[in-house]
Design a protein around this ligand. Structure first.
Ligand SMILES: *[C@@H]1O[C@H](CO)[C@@H](O)[C@H](O)[C@H]1NC(C)=O
Ligand SMILES: *[C@@H]1O[C@H](CO)[C@@H](O)[C@H](O)[C@H]1NC(C)=O
Ligand SMILES: *[C@@H]1O[C@H](CO)[C@@H](O)[C@H](O)[C@H]1NC(C)=O
Ligand SMILES: *[C@@H]1O[C@H](CO)[C@@H](O)[C@H](O)[C@H]1NC(C)=O
Length: 899
């Protein structure tokens, strides 16, 4: 969370942008909000922007000279009930009727589409399916029913019984925009109706600091929705279109505004919500069309300054393709993301113009933009599966602040392609003077086709391309370390790296998008409320959920976990064969004595029993605790899936404290930095979890995407005004002797005591981006309180009470690949000064420990507030001051393999 993270937007990373006459207001507002948010008391409105903070009013963006003629994409098809799929991402006959799964040029382990209902793919060759490990017959998920027409999407037709226990009487979670008067015929102006669907029911809009009490799922049936002014998104909102027949949000020719969908509008005090405090929202399955807006107007499809547990997915952005147009598909200027994927962009001056602390972006296709991806600033960013076609510049990392600082800290690009584009990647503007270690890059498996300049640096081409086909197998620049060497500056081709085979599908790391089941008929779904679960935050739903999950798995049905708060007083067991999808992030909330003892930890949700085989798909759910739960293990994952067809968890988040119903808010757990915390005075009622996520020794073939494991550092609810709280949770995410493969894509774990990530005797694990934050209270108390270090839980041992917990610890583990890592320590007992530039990185001494016989490869390690960036078997191998990169410290490549 917080506020302070916007330091990248302070003077060292002020972004200069084109057309400042239009954007200066935005920049100044962004700056104001960033500076205000840096105040530890978080009172944003009290800050007055000083004139000396004002960025310069001129900028230069390097754009190549050649104008490429861009063929027009086809218009979106009319909505019909037949689903047409284009297998060629470049196909000019393709349609926007899309599938969120299915094959791609980057290879899936599964040639068939799991959303069709055939869960175990029949055409996977037997040598990659370990048939003995699957307890399912391939027919148990098959349905003979024909795929429904897109107008029969189950989410639209299912009974809408979701509740919000704190939302007030009659509060509606599900909102179909047509029930609020939207017409969707491409003629009527639907702006007000859509806005009403979003705002109805006293929800948290601009002016409200945040709220989990009023979740909203705003649904768009197929249609073309004309809008004439920005649609303002609210807090905790899911904007979801029909995935089988994408609805179009179409700006009118006389559209007034800077963005079509404004998810964080500017007001007098800057952004409505501090961009690092925008959580739990998504936009999915829409066409964002601004092509009717005159090309000379600078306007973007979506404005998305957002943070963790957010996503943009399965969207098509249509911008002008006129030469010289000023359109932009996606605009992000700050925040702490986040995930986005399955996006297709056509046209624009920039398809994406984006800055944020960190992000994971996957499966992004750009056609016919001037600059495909222009970075404003970042600390770390992991791109995977980007396809750029017919642009002038692919990736532009040349952004420079008015002090001459390069704004782009580090970027990892994996498994991507650039075609018919004169300059593939450009970095390092000639006028840049600092920081010492900026523009860190690792590019791996990037295919080029007709890209005459592959990579351009500040003084010209650094890697030539061709008009034919070529491959960047591995190229990078920045500092390299091994356990015994570094810093070594490198710029150029890197030795070939042989990826762990089990993590790879085809020639790319495995990836798979959240299933939406739009090709499954409504009759295949069972609702939790229909099954007797109440979800009101009071009733004990343990038995109802257990019975439902067991019967649904046995019958091959998909569980619809209606919005609500499901209190459980014993373990909820999710058996092999389960498919579970939540509505607007329902909460499974542990409560009571069963989870209260640290000497007898119990899973809140257990996925598979130890040793169980089979598969699950689980998405869009939060697992939490209520009150003191020192024995709660929020998610225990035991299931062994076939290596050829992994299980998946998407948007399954852990949230400990800080929200209504948790009994772990400001009144109970206010921070106490002025009190020295000892075993005698520690607040037992705020000890809220033993371990957040436990991936056990029997777990195998698990894919997790966009899962945020968060111990609250502040009270989210309106009225608390984002004030900080102290919640104790022992351990973050433990991978405990699993032999893999495991993928954690867009993964974040924050504010636990002993560690955020701990990998022990693990094998074949991909995590990228990795993002952590050290608990803000540490070292008062230090990492030795309140939970004792337990050998049987593979806990680290801390001997100095001044130590803070590990951000990332890897013990006796092999095949560990970490493309993009941010380990942040912002505070020392809630005092933020230890992490500020020039203050000696003195929040904690160490944050990343590699122990025993481990084989680890890290791309773009970024740390904050920490003196030693990597420690191997107790020996510090990298000092922060050798790797200064603005607010962060960066190592482009760390590998345990000695040269
Ligand atoms: C990538 O995104 C496109 C468009 O949303 C989708 O059709 C395709 O299935 C996705 N590919 C993968 C591998 O997820
Ligand atoms: C812990 O920190 C305090 C304050 O900086 C210092 O006085 C003390 O010596 C430290 N203790 C140890 C064991 O390093
Ligand atoms: C935070 O730490 C700095 C430097 O150690 C100190 O000058 C300042 O007074 C501290 N702030 C608070 C609120 O304690
Ligand atoms: C860092 O290590 C020194 C020496 O052991 C210790 O005195 C100090 O307290 C540590 N500081 C932090 C912030 O952990």
């Amino acid at each position: 969370m917080t506020s302070h993270r916007c330091h990248s937007f302070s003077s060292s990373r002020i972004v200069k942008m084109p057309h400042l006459s239009v954007q200066s207001l935005v920049i100044l507002s962004a700056l104001a909000s960033g500076v205000a948010a840096a105040a530890v008391d978080l009172s944003q409105s009290s800050h007055v922007l000083s004139l000396t903070d004002r960025p310069e009013a001129t900028v230069t963006i390097v754009i190549s000279k050649t104008i490429t003629t861009c063929p027009s994409p086809p218009p979106p098809p009319l909505c019909t009930s037949s689903v047409v799929e284009s297998s060629d991402p470049d196909s000019t006959t393709g349609s926007f009727v899309s599938s969120t799964t299915g094959s791609s040029s980057f290879g899936s382990l599964e040639p068939t589409d799991s959303s069709t209902g055939s869960f175990v793919p029949s055409s996977v060759s037997s040598d990659i399916i370990e048939s003995s490990t699957t307890s399912l017959s391939s027919s148990s998920y098959s349905t003979s029913a024909p795929a429904p027409a897109c107008t029969d999407f189950w989410l639209e037709k299912i009974s809408h019984q979701g509740v919000a226990p704190f939302g007030g009487n009659g509060y509606r979670v599900f909102r179909n925009v047509k029930e609020y008067g939207a017409v969707g015929d491409g003629e009527a102006d639907d702006t007000e109706a859509i806005q009403l669907a979003i705002s109805d029911g006293g929800r948290c809009g601009p002016g409200c600091t945040g709220s989990t009490k009023t979740p909203g799922l705003v649904y768009f049936p197929p249609g073309t929705y004309k809008v004439s002014a920005p649609i303002i998104d609210y807090y905790y909102t899911q904007l979801i279109g029909n995935p089988g027949c994408l609805p179009v949000l179409k700006a009118s020719a006389d559209f007034q505004g800077r963005w079509l969908l404004d998810t964080n509008p500017y007001g007098a005090n800057g952004l409505a919500w501090g961009a690092t405090n925008v959580f739990w929202r998504q936009v999915a399955n829409l066409v964002i069309d601004i092509t009717d807006i005159p090309p000379e107007k600078e306007v973007s499809g979506i404005h998305w300054p957002s943070s963790q547990a957010t996503s943009l997915s399965n969207l098509v952005f249509l911008s002008s393709q006129e030469p010289g147009n000023l359109h932009q598909g996606l605009f992000i200027e700050e925040g702490s993301g986040g995930y986005m994927g399955d996006l297709v962009f056509y046209g624009g001056n920039q398809a994406l113009i984006i800055g944020n602390q960190q992000f994971t972006m996957r499966n992004i296709t750009v056609h016919n933009a001037k600059t495909a991806i222009q970075k404003l600033w970042d600390w770390g960013w992991t791109y995977k599966g980007v396809s750029i076609n017919n642009c002038e510049v692919g990736f532009d990392f040349t952004s420079v602040s008015d002090q001459g600082n390069l704004n782009v800290g580090s970027v990892t690009i994996l498994d991507s392609e650039i075609r018919n584009t004169p300059v593939g990647i450009t970095f390092g503007a000639a006028n840049a003077v600092s920081p010492p270690v900026a523009n860190n890059f690792i590019f791996e498996n990037v295919r080029l086709d007709n890209v005459p300049v592959a990579i351009r640096g500040p003084s010209g081409t650094v890697l030539g391309g061709t008009t034919g086909s070529s491959l960047i197998a591995s190229w990078g620049r920045g500092h390299k370390y091994t356990p015994t060497s570094g810093p070594t500056f490198f710029e150029g081709t890197l030795p070939a790296y042989s990826r762990p085979a089990s993590l790879v599908a085809g020639d790319a790391y495995y990836e798979r998008s959240r299933p939406q089941y739009h090709e499954v008929p409504l009759s295949e779904f069972v609702s939790a409320r229909d099954a007797g679960a109440v979800g009101d935050g009071v009733a004990d739903d343990t038995d109802a959920l257990n019975a439902l999950f067991a019967s649904a798995a046995a019958a091959g049905k998909i569980v619809f976990l209606d919005a609500g708060m499901y209190v459980v007083t014993k373990t909820v067991y999710i058996p092999a064969g389960s498919r579970i999808v939540g509505e607007a992030l329902p909460v499974i909330l542990s409560s009571g004595a069963y989870f209260a003892s640290a000497s007898s930890p119990k899973p809140v949700v257990q996925v598979g029993k130890p040793g169980e085989t089979g598969r699950v798909e689980w998405s869009s759910t939060i697992v939490s605790t209520r009150g003191a739960q020192a024995g709660a293990v929020l998610i225990e994952y035991n299931l062994a899936s076939p290596v050829g067809s992994p299980s998946g968890l998407w948007d399954v988040h852990v949230r400990v404290g800080g929200f209504a119903g948790s009994n772990l808010q400001l009144p109970e757990c206010a921070k106490t930095p002025g009190v020295t915390i000892t075993p005698d005075n520690i607040q037992e009622e705020c000890i809220a979890a033993f371990l957040s996520v436990h991936i056990t020794s029997t777990a195998k073939a698990l894919y997790m995407e966009n899962c945020w494991v968060w111990v609250a550092d502040h009270d989210i609810e309106e009225g608390a005004n984002n004030q900080q709280i102290t919640i104790y949770a022992g351990r973050g995410l433990l991978i405990d002797e699993s032999q893999g493969p495991i993928w954690l894509v867009a993964s974040s774990v924050e504010h636990h005591q002993l560690y955020e990530y701990n990998l022990v005797n693990a094998k074949d694990v991909f995590i990228g981006q990795v993002q952590t934050e050290t608990a803000y209270y540490q070292p008062n108390p230090g990492a030795d309180l309140p939970f004792a270090s337990l050998a049987e839980w593979h806990d680290p041992v801390f001997t100095n009470p001044n130590d803070s917990g590990w951000g990332l610890r890897i013990v006796d583990s092999t095949g560990i690949i970490l493309p993009g890592v941010g380990l942040y320590s912002f505070f020392d007992n809630y005092n933020v000064s230890c992490s500020q530039i020039g203050q000696g990185a003195r929040c904690q001494n160490r944050t990343f420990s590699i122990e025993g016989n481990s084989q680890v490869r890290v791309y773009n390690l970024n740390t904050i507030g920490t003196k030693k960036m990597v420690t191997v078997n107790g020996v510090d191998v990298a000092n922060y001051e050798d790797n200064l990169d603005g607010f962060v410290h960066t190592i482009a490549l760390f590998t345990t393999e000695e040269d």
